[in-house]
Structure formats: C-alpha cells, structure tokens
Write a protein that binds this ligand. Structure first.
Ligand code: AMP
Ligand code: TRP
Length: 336
C-alpha cells in the first residue's frame, strides 16, 4: 500500500456514454483510488470545444449527464470525491492563459496526439484552432489547479502528461517550487483494443461496446468482432494469442480462460459460440453496473446536485491556487 498521501485528478471529455475501454483503462482506477486518496473528477466540457463547433455543441449538455451517470454507476462516490464540470470553475481558463506564457510552441507542435488529431480532422497544422494546439496546456491547468500528483488515465494520455510535467518543471524553475509533477496511474490493461482487433476501442471509430448497452445490443456488437483471420473454416484451430476476443475473455471470463484456450486451439469451440460466451461474460459482469445506472437515472435532480456541490468545493481550492500563481507571476490581485 502507498504510504504517501496522493492527490488525484482526472477528466474525461463529455462524448456521451462510456465504453469498455474507458472503464477498464481508466474509470476502474478512478473508483479504486477513492479508498485511499482525495480524488477530483471532472467533465472537461471546454476540451470538447477543441474539435467541436456550431450545432454539434448542443450535444455537450446531454453528453455530460450520460457520462456522469456512468461514473456514478461505476462507483465514483460524490460523498468522497469531488465531481464537477470544468467550465463551472472558470479559474482553470485563467490558469491556462498564464501557463501558455511559459509553454514554448514547439513543445505543443511536437506532441504526437496533436499530429494525429490534425490528420484525423483532415486539417493542417495551420488551419486547426489555437485552442486545439493548446489542448495539453488546458489539461495541465486542470491537474495543477488542484496540485494533483496522480492522474488515472489510459495509455493514450501519456504524451499529454509528459508535457504537463515539462510545463510544471518550467514553472517551478521560473517562479519557485509551486506544483508537484503529475504522474500517470495506469490500470493493468491501459489499452483496450476495439472490436476490429486493430485500433484502440473508441467511440469515433465505432468499434466499441457501451457499458450501458442492453444485453441484446452487447451480443449484437460482440458478433461483429474480428477473430483470428487465418481461421476460415469451423474446423480450423484458432490462435488465442492474436485474437482480441480471447483478450477480452481475460477480463470478462477469467474463470473460463483455460477451457476457452483449449477448446479454441483444438477447434472444438467455433468463433460464433466463443463470441456468445464473451457476450454472456460481459453482460454478467456489467449487470450490477447497469442496475445501479437505472437507479441513478430515476433519481431526479441528483446529477445536477452532485455537479453543483462539486463545483462549489472545487472552486474554493482553485481560487487559492490561482491567487498564489498570480502573486508569483507579478499580477497579484491586490491593487497598488
Ligand atoms: P476519452 O473518451 O478518449 O476522452 O477517454 C477517457 C479516458 O479513457 C482516458 O483516460 C483514456 O485514456 C481512457 N481510454 C479511452 N479509450 C481507451 C481504450 N481503448 N483503452 C484504454 N483506455 C482508454
Ligand atoms: N485529455 C483527456 C482525454 O481525452 C481528458 C482530460 C482533460 C484529462 N483534462 C484532463 C485527463 C486532466 C486527465 C487529467 O481523455
């Protein structure tokens, strides 16, 4: 067990209902860390604007609600953790501006996720918004506004955290030690592949399974999963080591692993039945989550109440940090 008292922060963009990758890769750690540390969890709606414009932004409010329902159902506990919406603590936007003054543009342009995003949006480095380039600066502001040192995320966020540490080092060097360097906290499975078995599970690639899907939807999605491409006939033996369905069995059917391995490699178990077995495992594992989620959906006004209280408490911490930063940077709130 950790003997140091850590301070935990993490965020997710409000893109709607979460999928198995979000849960296994990050949310499970959000829940587990609450037992030991002060945790702050944030729906980062301003980050959503970095690649969303116009009409599409109408989705942000309903998406926040769907996502927070998933957090609560997974076990994020507002009695122990702060849960809030990023824009409701506007201090983060001030800190973002101040941090942008100590962040060389070259650092931001080199982040691999920036290059990927430019490609994905079919834009150029010149045509994307200033806000998108500054994505990791806003993320750094999110974390250090609460002086958090531990950030539970999936593997895809590691480049952002590396940059956050560089910004912190630079700030501390220029203005004196102020912030701890935030370290990632990964789960045992920090990168979950999607149903295509090739790319990371992601809503935008439509290769995902939603946590809140019905058992029928889950079975239908699992049926589309890619398995061993060399297994053309039912009588061909399968190769579990390269099959993503087998990888998912490790998570959802840990007690059936040996049996599945043995029956797949000896061609006793075909891919259709194997996938049904996986869907059953997922549905059984997620049944308590889905039940709790239904209960939260029915608690009228609850999500709003949680977010309001979270923002109120987060804001008190944020104001203190921001005031310290302003003093150090020579733009103190005290007038001359
Ligand atoms: P996103 O929905 O992409 O904003 O991700 C929210 C959180 O889930 C982040 O901490 C991600 O690193 C994590 N995450 C998203 N997709 C996956 C995946 N396929 N495997 C593991 N972690 C993931
Ligand atoms: N970039 C993260 C993602 O896409 C979301 C995020 C924003 C975040 N601010 C953060 C994660 C601060 C951890 C800490 O998932």
């Amino acid at each position: 067990m950790d003997t140091v008292k850590h301070s935990v922060f993490s965020g997710m963009r409000p893109s709607g209902r979460l999928h198995l990758g979000n849960y296994i890769g990050a949310l499970q750690n959000w829940v587990a860390l609450q037992d030991e540390f002060r945790c702050i969890y944030c729906a980062v709606d301003v980050h959503a604007l970095t690649d969303m414009q116009g009409e599409a932004t109408r989705e942000i409010q309903p998406n926040i609600r769907e996502m927070v329902l998933d957090w609560l159902a997974a076990g994020v506990d507002p009695e122990r953790s702060l849960v809030f919406v990023q824009s409701q603590v506007p201090e983060v936007m001030v800190l973002h501006t101040l941090l942008s003054m100590v962040t060389p543009l070259g650092w931001l342009m080199r982040v691999p996720t920036f290059k990927d995003k430019v490609r994905q949006l079919q834009e150029t480095e010149e045509s994307v918004s200033y806000g998108l380039v500054g994505y990791p600066v806003l993320m750094t502001a999110d974390i250090i506004l609460y002086k958090a040192d531990t950030v539970p995320v999936g593997e895809d966020q590691l480049p952002h955290l590396e940059l956050a540490r560089e910004i912190v080092r630079r700030f501390n060097h220029l203005y004196g030690h102020t912030f701890p360097e935030p370290q990632p906290r990964l789960t045992e499975y920090p990168l979950i592949l999607g149903l295509d078995g090739k790319q990371k599970m992601s809503k935008s690639l439509d290769n995902h399974i939603e946590l809140a899907a019905t058992p029928e939807e889950t079975s239908a999605r699992v049926k589309t999963a890619f398995t061993d491409p060399q297994r053309l006939r039912r009588t061909d033996p399968g190769r579990p080591s390269i099959c993503n369905v087998y990888a998912l069995h490790k998570l959802f059917n840990p007690d059936k692993l040996d049996e599945v391995y043995q029956q797949c490699t000896s061609a006793q178990l075909g891919c259709v039945d194997d996938k049904q077995l996986l869907a059953d495992g997922i549905n059984k594992t997620l049944e308590p989550f889905r039940e709790r989620r239904r209960e939260f959906v029915e608690k009228s006004g609850y999500v709003e109440e949680v977010l309001q209280e979270g923002a109120r408490r987060a804001r008190a911490i944020a104001r203190e940090t921001l005031s310290e930063v302003r003093d150090k940077m020579g733009i103190s709130e005290v007038t001359l």
